[in-house]
Design a protein around this ligand. Structure first.
Ligand code: ATP
Ligand code: MG
Length: 608
C-alpha cells in the first residue's frame, strides 16, 4: 500500500490547522490590545500635560491681552519670560511662547534663552498660527535620542491668534511601557503556541492512531490474515469505528472461509468428474479446466489457460465465441484419426448475471466415441443385413416369376430354376442362423460345453474330414506337435471355427496350392496356424476380415456362397475361449490365420 506523504498525513494537517487557528486568534487579540493600550497611554500622557499647562496657558493669555504703557519697564517679553522661568514640571522639557509672527518671545529652558527674539523654524507653529488649531507631533530628540511630544497650542483672544504656546515633553516613558507590554504579549503567545503544538500533536495522535491501526489491519486482511484486531481506545466515534471494523473483520473471515470451503468442494467435484469441464471468462478465454478435460483434449494446462475456447475445441473455423454462447444443442467434436475414431460431445451453458450480462461459458465434454461407434456399427449392420437378404430374395423372385410365367412346364429348366431358389433359400437360412449365432454371442446368451480334448487329435480329425471331401487339387501339409496337448474347449464351437478357417483357405486358394496346418506350444497357450498359397488379402484390409459382413472381394465371395460372417463368428468363439485370433497375408502369395488357446503344461502321466 502507498505510504501517506508527510504533509498529507492527517496528523500533520491537524496540528498545522490547530496552530494556525490559535496563532490567528492571538494575533488579532494582541493587535487590538496593543493598539488600545497605546491609545490609552498616549491619551493619559497628553491629558496630564494639558492639565499642567492650563495655568501657564491662562497666565500667558492674560499677559498677552494686558494693556501696557509705552514706558512700562515690564514689557510683554519680560513678563512672559517671568511666567515661563518659574515653570517647572516633570516630563515637560521646555515651554515657549511664540507670537503671531512666529517670533519666539520667551522660553522655560534657561540654556535656550539665545533663541528668544529669533524666528521659530517649527512647522507646526506656523500651521497652528495659520489654522488656529492645536497640533501634536512626535519627534526624536537630537541629543538624547528619546521620543518627544511636540505640541503647538494657539492662544486665541476674540477670535484672533495672539500667539502660540509651544511645548516639548518627553514621551519616551510611554513608548517604553508599550514595548514592555508587547514583549510580555509576544512571550505569552510563544509559550501558549508551544503548549498548543504539544497538545495538538497529542490530540491528533489519539485520532490518527486508531486510523493507522485500521490501515495496518486492512493490509493484513488483504494478505489473508484475519487474526489481528484493532485496539478500541474509547467509546467515541473512533472507538465505535474500531468496533465496527473488528466486526467487519469477523464477518469477512467467516464469509471468506465459507467461500474457501465451497471452492475446495467445487474443485474436488471438478477433479473427480469423469466428464471434462472447461470454464471461460467473458471474452471466451479458458480460465479453468479439469484434468478429465485435459486428458480428453490431450493438452496440458499451460497450453490451454487464457487461450480462446473455440481454438481449444478446434472450432475456430465454424464458431466465434459469440456463436458458442448461442449454441443450444450439443456439438460433436470429431478428433478421429484414420484408424482411431475419437468423438467428444460438448455441451455449452452460459453463466450470466441477472442483468443478462454474459460472465462466461461452461463447457462439459463427454467422450462419445463408444456410443458413436456402436451407432455407426448398428447402422452399418442393418444396412448389411438388408442388403444380404435382398440379393437372394430378388434372385428368387425373378426365378419364381419365370416359373409362374410358365417355365414350370418346361421339364428342362424348371428343375434348375427350383434348384437355384433352393440354394438361395439355404443361403438365407444360413445367413439368418449365423446372425442368430452372433446375436446370441453378443448377448452372452450361450453356454460353452467345455471338455478336455487332446488338440492334436481333435485338429487331425477335422483336417481328415476336409481331405476326404475336397474337390480341388490341394496339398495338405500337417505340422502338428508330437507331444499331447490337452485343452479345455467346446468341441462343437471349435469345430465351427476350424471349419470356417479351413473352408476359407480352400475357397480362396487356386488348384495346386498347399495348405499347411501347424500347432506350436508355449508356456501358457498353444498357437494354431492354417496357412494357404491363395490369392491373399490387401495389406490394408487384413484386420478387417474379422468384421461382420466384410469380404475382400464381394463378387467372388458371394459366388462362393459366403456371407462374410464366418470369421466374425470364429473371432467371437475364440474370444469366448479366452484366446486371440489374427491374420497375416500378402496379396497374391497367401494367407495365414493364427489363433491361440489357453493351455497348461501338464506333468507326464497325470492323465494316465
Ligand atoms: P462365410 O464364411 O460366412 O461363408 P466368407 O468366407 O466370405 O463367408 P469370412 O469367412 O468371414 O466370410 O471371410 C471374410 C473375408 O475374408 C472373405 O470374404 C475373404 O475375402 C477374406 N478371406 C478369408 N480367408 C481368406 C483366405 N484364406 N484367403 C483369402 N482371403 C480370405
Ligand atoms: Mg468363410
Amino acid at each position: 500500500m502507498q505510504k501517506v506523504g508527510f504533509f498529507r498525513s492527517i496528523h500533520v494537517k491537524f496540528v498545522l490547522i490547530y496552530v494556525m487557528l490559535i496563532l490567528i486568534a492571538m494575533e488579532i487579540i494582541g493587535l487590538y490590545f496593543a493598539r488600545e493600550l497605546e491609545q490609552t497611554l498616549k491619551t493619559n500622557f497628553t491629558t496630564s500635560i494639558a492639565d499642567r499647562m492650563s495655568l501657564v496657558e491662562f497666565s500667558v493669555s492674560e499677559e498677552m491681552i494686558k494693556k501696557r504703557a509705552a514706558d512700562d519697564p515690564m514689557t510683554l517679553e519680560k513678563s512672559l519670560q517671568d511666567v515661563l522661568s518659574g515653570f517647572k514640571s516633570e516630563d515637560i522639557n521646555e515651554v515657549r511662547v511664540i507670537n503671531a509672527g512666529n517670533i519666539i518671545l520667551a522660553t522655560s529652558a534657561l540654556n535656550n534663552l539665545s533663541m528668544v527674539g529669533q524666528r521659530s523654524a517649527d512647522d507646526i507653529v506656523r500651521k497652528s498660527n495659520a489654522s488656529k488649531a492645536q497640533y501634536d507631533i512626535i519627534n526624536l530628540d537630537r541629543k538624547t535620542r528619546n521620543r518627544i511630544l511636540v505640541r503647538a497650542t494657539p492662544i486665541v483672544v476674540d477670535d484672533e491668534v495672539k500667539g502660540i504656546l509651544y511645548l516639548e515633553a518627553n514621551i519616551e516613558k510611554v513608548f517604553k511601557q508599550i514595548d514592555e507590554v508587547n514583549r510580555i504579549l509576544a512571550g505569552g503567545v510563544a509559550v501558549s503556541l508551544s503548549i498548543t503544538i504539544i497538545l495538538g500533536i497529542l490530540i491528533a495522535q489519539t485520532m490518527t492512531r486508531p486510523i493507522s491501526d485500521m490501515r495496518r489491519q486492512a493490509q493484513a486482511m488483504a494478505k489473508g490474515n484475519f487474526s489481528r484486531k484493532v485496539r478500541v481506545y474509547g467509546n467515541d466515534e473512533m472507538g465505535q469505528l474500531a468496533i465496527a471494523f473488528n466486526h467487519l473483520t469477523n464477518q469477512l473471515q467467516e464469509s471468506q472461509s465459507s467461500t474457501e470451503s465451497e471452492r475446495r468442494k467445487l474443485a474436488s467435484v471438478l477433479e473427480n468428474m469423469t466428464d471434462g469441464v472447461i470454464a471461460t471468462d467473458r471474452k471466451g478465454r479458458v480460465s479453468l479446466i479439469n484434468d478429465s478435460a485435459l486428458l480428453m483434449l490431450r493438452l496440458t494446462r499451460d497450453l490451454v489457460l487464457n487461450r480462446p475456447i473455440s481454438s481449444i475445441l478446434g472450432l475456430e473455423q465454424e464458431y466465434a465465441f459469440e456463436d458458442l454462447i448461442q449454441v443450444k444443442e450439443s456439438i460433436a467434436l470429431d478428433f478421429s484419426t484414420e484408424d482411431q475414431p475419437y468423438i467428444l460431445r460438448a455441451n455449452f451453458s452460459v453463466t450470466q448475471r441477472e442483468t443478462g450480462f454474459v460472465n462466461g461459458l461452461i463447457v462439459v465434454l463427454h467422450d462419445n466415441t463408444e456410443q458413436e461407434k456402436i451407432d455407426m456399427e448398428r447402422r452399418e449392420f442393418v444396412s448389411n443385413v438388408s442388403h444380404e437378404l435382398r440379393t437372394p430374395l430378388t434372385t428368387m423372385r425373378s426365378y419364381l416369376e419365370a416359373l409362374a410365367d410358365g417355365a414350370w412346364k418346361n421339364e428342362e429348366i424348371a428343375p434348375s430354376f427350383l434348384h437355384v431358389t433352393q440354394t438361395e433359400t439355404e443361403r438365407m437360412i444360413r445367413l439368418v442362423n449365423d446372425l442368430l449365432k452372433l446375436s446370441r454371442m453378443d448377448s452372452r446368451d450361450y453356454d460353452l460345453n467345455k471338455e478336455w480334448v487332446e488338440f492334436n487329435y481333435f485338429f487331425k480329425s477335422i483336417i481328415d474330414r476336409f481331405e476326404f471331401s475336397k474337390s480341388q487339387e490341394v496339398q495338405f501339409i500337417r505340422l502338428l506337435s508330437s507331444t499331447e496337448l490337452f485343452v479345455e474347449i467346446d468341441t462343437d464351437k471349435m469345430t465351427q471355427v476350424l471349419d470356417n478357417i479351413i473352408s476359407n483357405a480352400l475357397k480362396y486358394s487356386p488348384d495346386g496350392g498347399n495348405i499347411r496346418f501347424g500347432i506350436t506350444m508355449s508356456e501358457d497357450f498353444i498357437k494354431v496356424m492354417i496357412s494357404d498359397d491363395g490369392m491373399g488379402i490387401p495389406q490394408a484390409n487384413v484386420k478387417r476380415i474379422f468384421d461382420r459382413f466384410y469380404r475382400a472381394d464381394r463378387a467372388r465371395s458371394r459366388a462362393m456362397g459366403g456371407t462374410g460372417l464366418g470369421l466374425a463368428i470364429a473371432r467371437e468363439m475364440i474370444v469366448a475361449h479366452e484366446g486371440e485370433i489374427w491374420a497375416e497375408s500378402e496379396e497374391g502369395k497367401g494367407t495365414t490365420i493364427f489363433f491361440t488357446l489357453p493351455f497348461e503344461l501338464q506333468e507326464d502321466g497325470e492323465w494316465g
